[in-house]
Design a protein around this ligand. Structure first.
Ligand code: NAD
Ligand code: UDX
Length: 480
């Protein structure tokens, strides 16, 4: 029986290994982590992450060929294939701070593999890492090898949160990079045979190591770039009377452009896009390519601009101040169908409104108050470090309260900001909400999910990103 061990039981390690276990009943899969609460949760009825379909997959294999453990060294020592899926945050201090990837967790995992291994191993980079990381890992392993043969593969993960299980069941492609040596090619084939249990052969792409590593950064940069492009257009739409949804539809019909990832929004969030682009920018700078670095940096600048623009629009339309006013925030997760708040645009929007002294009542079906308070008080980039390495327990923000339904959030509020596109927000009884709000009552739709015309009939003043502006908003211009 092939034994797989995955170091890191997070958003990637957990779901990916659960699907491998389901599709390869003859493979034993153990997911290990240094975090005791995380492993305890993976072994309980309440999994540590919310992901549609995940519970079902885990229930089918846990205890059979899927195990979660904190005994990292034992399972690493026993494995034939080791996936490394630890966090690779942005550095917060020292050389490259604010841009470069912090490989502390990666390196400690690699050194631990070198320490405990007694048999040959295939080590698979699952985490997103800078190009050439495989070379660094190879050096750590071979300089401490005790005669053991290590093959390093790059197998980046392309799943998106909220659709992780479907993405893993039916991936557009699986990418495996390895050395162009006989040993490297043999390792590629070994990993390929795992995926070939359910992924059609023509969807499994093999490349050299550096192409695989760079393709992951490039894919995320291209996806984020599309969102910043459409968000940049949304600002121009508001200024000219064009409608960004119509523009997206029209350009997306061009088969060379395609319709996906053209939804204007309050900005992209999530643990990957910003971190990976910053990493790409740093790599370009280190390789003497400042023009290329500046090009990609702009994707993040436009994203920041979009969040600031939204806050300014809210404040400007409410007579240029939200001081002391109650604002309902609907949605805090970075997208629907996840409880993940890493780099969610809601953090910057809420901080912006708090900066103008607003009182916030926040509702998200999957995010609890502790998480929100932590997010609103934490320093930039600290979120991706283990809790024991994060700054002292944050003080809570007094002007923020969390409630468990949208109606309570909106009661007596002056305005509503929709920041996550949860389906339940589309079917709210907006008449009931309007009746219980201060007047004039505003809706700022950061995801373009409500029927603005219907809301205007009820009496709301509505702002929808990139759509023709209400006369009220035209009279209250926001300077970004
Ligand atoms: P995560 O923070 O949810 O999980 C990482 C886990 O690794 C944590 O539970 C942490 O305790 C554990 N860990 C850290 N050091 C360890 C060590 N030495 N030994 C054992 N466990 C250790 O992160 P994630 O979202 O799963 O992301 C993991 C990697 O995958 C990152 O590089 C990320 O960029 C990449 N990625 C993430 C996504 C996504 O959607 N989240 C998608 C594709 C790629
Ligand atoms: C992303 C990549 O899609 C995935 O391939 C990679 O493995 C990890 O990073 P994820 O961050 O989980 O996945 O979600 P994604 O669906 O890409 O959304 C990222 C952000 O962009 C979200 O905040 C989302 O709301 C926003 N978005 C997405 C838009 O604003 N407009 C769009 O058209 C699409």
């Amino acid at each position: 029986m092939v034994k797989i061990c995955c170091i890191g039981a997070g958003y990637v390690g957990g779901p990916t290994m659960a699907v491998i276990a389901l599709k390869c009943p003859k493979v034993e899969v153990v997911v290990v982590d240094i975090s005791v609460p995380r492993i305890t949760a993976w072994n309980s009825d309440t999994l540590p992450i919310y992901e549609p379909g995940l519970d079902d997959v885990v229930k089918q294999c846990r205890g059979k060929n899927l195990f979660f453990s904190t005994d990292v060294e034992k399972h690493v020592a026993e494995a034939d294939i080791i996936f490394v899926s630890v966090n690779t945050p942005t550095k917060t201090r020292g050389l490259g701070a604010g841009k470069a990837a912090d490989l502390t967790y990666w390196e400690s995992a690699a050194r631990m593999i070198a320490d405990v291994s007694k048999s040959d191993k295939i080590v698979v980079e699952k985490s997103t890492v800078p190009v050439k990381t495989a070379e660094a890992i190879e050096k750590i392993l071979t300089h401490n090898s005790k005669g053991i043969n290590y093959q390093i593969l790059s197998n980046p993960e392309f799943l998106a949160e909220g659709t992780a299980i479907q993405d893993l069941f039916h991936p557009d492609r699986v990418l495996i990079g390895g050395r162009e040596t006989p040993g490297g090619q043999k390792a590629i084939q070994a990993l390929k045979s795992v995926y070939a249990e359910w992924v059609p052969e023509d969807r499994i792409i093999t490349t050299n190591l550096w192409s695989a590593e760079l393709s992951k950064l490039a894919a995320n940069a291209f996806l984020a770039q599309r969102i910043s492009s459409v968000n940049a257009m949304s600002a121009l739409c508001e200024a000219t009377g064009a409608d960004v949804a119509e523009v997206s539809h029209a350009i997306g019909k061009d088969s060379r452009i395609g319709p996906k990832f053209l939804n204007a929004s309050v900005g992209f969030g999530g643990s990957c896009f910003q971190k990976d682009i910053l990493n790409l920018v740093y790599i370009c700078e280190c390789n003497g390519l400042p023009e290329v670095a500046t090009y990609w940096k702009q994707v993040i600048k436009v994203n920041d601009y979009q969040k600031t623009r939204f806050v300014n629009r809210v404040v400007a339309s409410m007579f240029n101040t939200v001081s002391g006013k109650k604002i309902a925030v609907l949605g805090f997760a970075f997208k629907k169908d996840t409880g993940d708040t890493r780099e969610t645009p809601a953090i910057d929007v809420c901080k912006g409104l708090l900066g103008d002294n607003a009182r916030l009542s926040i509702y998200d079906p999957q995010v609890n108050e502790d998480q929100m308070q932590r997010d609103l008080t934490m320093n930039k980039f600290d979120w991706d470090h283990p809790i024991h390495l994060q700054p002292m327990s944050p003080t809570s923000v007094k002007q923020v309260s969390m409630v468990w339904d949208a109606y309570t959030a909106a009661k007596d509020a002056h305005g509503i900001c929709i920041l996550t596109e949860w389906d339940e927000f589309k079917t709210l009884d907006f008449q009931k909400i309007f009746d219980n709000m201060q007047k004039p009552a505003f809706v700022f739709d950061g995801r373009n999910i409500v029927d603005a015309d219907k809301l205007r009939e009820i009496g709301f003043i509505v702002y929808s990103i990139g759509k023709p502006l209400d006369p009220w908003l035209k009279d209250m211009p926001a300077v970004a």
